[in-house]
Design a protein around this ligand. Structure first.
Ligand code: ADP
Ligand code: MG
Length: 289
């Protein structure tokens, strides 16, 4: 790991007040260069969606932010702290950067309450009563107060994922990372989780969301990063990426997600509405397909 203690880089394109700044991030596994040169930032209180085909490096990028992977080179800044520095206190960093995974990662032997309480007791050193109070508050926020004593195996996938979100929120993170949080869920359970994520965005939480939920990316995010082959291939506002991307590859990717039943016509005189492989995606303008 390169020790870069020279202070924040001065870069007009990367506002120094952004809560997360990723600069020239490179990650190599053996001789496989998974991230070549990733650059983007996330301002405080904003939502950045990260889209891209499987294998493009989205999870690796996200995992580098809280050091679940060690960047090979480049810089990741969290607030005014260089993340990939030998001086980083990893537990303290992860307490401030909440992460939600596709597979929930709940402890199977602990109840919903037990899962949410755990880090409060272990990392925050709270006593039982205080941890329980906060954990119940968070479970209530995700609509699961009545499931506090259930084991993960007794919860639906959507409920388990909401427990995972409550667990992350209990630590009062400054930013939340979501890695395809709804991809493992039965389609009927996706909505509840997305609703929780929408509410969170509305409450002002800073979020970086890797997702295939195009409607969520379109409606909720302030900025969209499209990754391909380990680089940020194109980024911009949701309007730009979804309606008039600059690059053909972005257009191709978005078109590839669209699965229109043969014979089904898209009406040009009303907002377009069609099914993607996983979500119902509505588009305002015409002309993309
Ligand atoms: P995405 O999330 O966009 O699908 P990933 O970041 O999971 O992409 O993976 C990008 C590439 O990195 C893939 O080729 C994957 O096999 C490789 N990769 C990810 N994690 C590891 C690892 N721990 N060791 C080796 N290769 C990895
Ligand atoms: Mg992934």
């Amino acid at each position: 790991m390169t020790d870069m203690m020279a202070g924040p880089p001065v870069d007009v394109a990367m506002p120094p007040d952004a809560i997360i700044r990723i600069k020239n991030l490179k990650k190599v596994f053996g001789d496989n260069v998974v991230l070549h040169d990733v650059n983007f930032y996330c301002p405080k209180g904003r939502v950045v969606s990260v889209l891209g085909p499987s294998g493009s490096g989205k999870s690796t990028m996200l995992r580098c932010i809280n050091l679940l992977e060690t960047p090979t080179s480049g810089e990741i800044w969290f607030e005014d702290q260089l993340v990939n520095s030998h001086e980083t206190d990893v537990d303290a960093l992860r307490a401030k950067i909440g992460m939600v995974f596709q597979q929930f990662n709940l402890f199977p032997h602990l109840t919903a309450l037990g899962n949410v309480e755990l880090a409060l007791k272990k990392v925050r050193k709270m006593d039982k009563e205080q941890a329980e109070h906060i954990a119940l508050e968070q479970l209530d926020k995700v609509g699961l107060l009545d499931r506090a004593d259930f084991l993960p195996s007794q919860l639906s996938g959507g409920q388990a994922q909401r427990v995972a979100i409550a667990r992350a929120l209990a630590m009062e993170p400054h930013v939340m990372l979501f890695d395809e949080a709804t991809s493992a869920l039965d389609p009927s359970l996706v909505r509840d989780v997305l609703d929780v994520m929408r509410d969170l965005a509305k409450s002002g939480m800073t979020m970086i969301v890797v997702t295939h939920e195009m409607m969520f990316a379109r409606d909720v995010s302030d900025h969209v990063v499209f990754m391909r082959d380990g680089v940020v291939y194109e980024q911009g506002t949701p309007e730009k990426i979804f309606e008039h991307p600059d690059r053909e590859g972005t257009r191709e990717f978005l078109q590839g997600l669209i699965d229109i039943t043969p014979g089904q016509e898209i009406l040009q005189d009303q907002p377009d509405s069609f099914m993607t492989s996983s979500v119902h995606f509505q588009r305002k303008g015409a002309g993309m397909i």
